[in-house]
Design a protein around this ligand. Sequence first.
Ligand code: F6R
Length: 274
Amino acid sequence: MEVIITSDYDEMSVVAARIIRRQIIRKPNSVLGLATGGTPLGTYKELIRMHREEGLDFSKVTTFNLDEYLGLPPSHDQSYNYFMQENLFKHININPANVHVPNGMAEDIDGYCTWYENEIRKAGGIDLQLLGIGSDGHIAFNEPGSSLGSRTRLKTLAESTIKDNARFFARENDVPRFAITMGVGTILEAREILLIANGEKKAAVCAEFIEGPVTARVTASALQLHPRVYVVLDEAAASKLEHADYYRWVQQEKQKLSGIASQVSFLRRPVAKK
Ligand code: F6R
């Protein structure tokens, strides 16, 4: 894992967007895995800016979202489909035919999940998967106890996730209890993974998944088994890491190496304050 500690949410967002931009420039027909929630909003804002001001081209990009609430149609303002349209897709030149968000209204759920997995395969697999992390350590909706080999399927949300996500709904009771979600096994097949987290609320779980044991209790810990993972944190989310100084040292030293420096310097260029 490459742990990149940034000063605040804005810098975290810009660094994450630069990693995504690098992927799209390297391979214009990239397949991106995307996440919803509060954390990636700044990253999407920066990608929209890159599209408008720098001409970052999404016309050949394909996307697959991690998850969707069961029972919410795309027109529902709390559906993840709606979230993606509002916060990214309608602002960039992506081809709607290349966008995939799980269908929360699917009737044959098992059949639909197999279809979703096949679509990812048919697209050539995910090149770069963006992830947030739940306060219980989930990636996508792989709640504690999910198999680390799991595939796209129906999951029951944990009580803590329902409470966390209640902030987006009028009442806690309105939060759906089920979601269609990529599995941990699906996520681990992405060629590269980018997990972002910010705020003190995520500090304990970040220490657990980065430095603790690989365990289904914290499904994000499975990322330790993947060879190419970037974890971009702000200071608050990094505050409980035992080896934070080492991660900072790695970033500093890498910049000194010619060759590698060109790979990492784009991440460390100062981020203009808004
Ligand atoms: C969303 C998703 C979830 C969130 C996680 C963190 O598509 O898969 O795993 O990334 O719940 O949510 P926020 O960013 O709202 O803290």
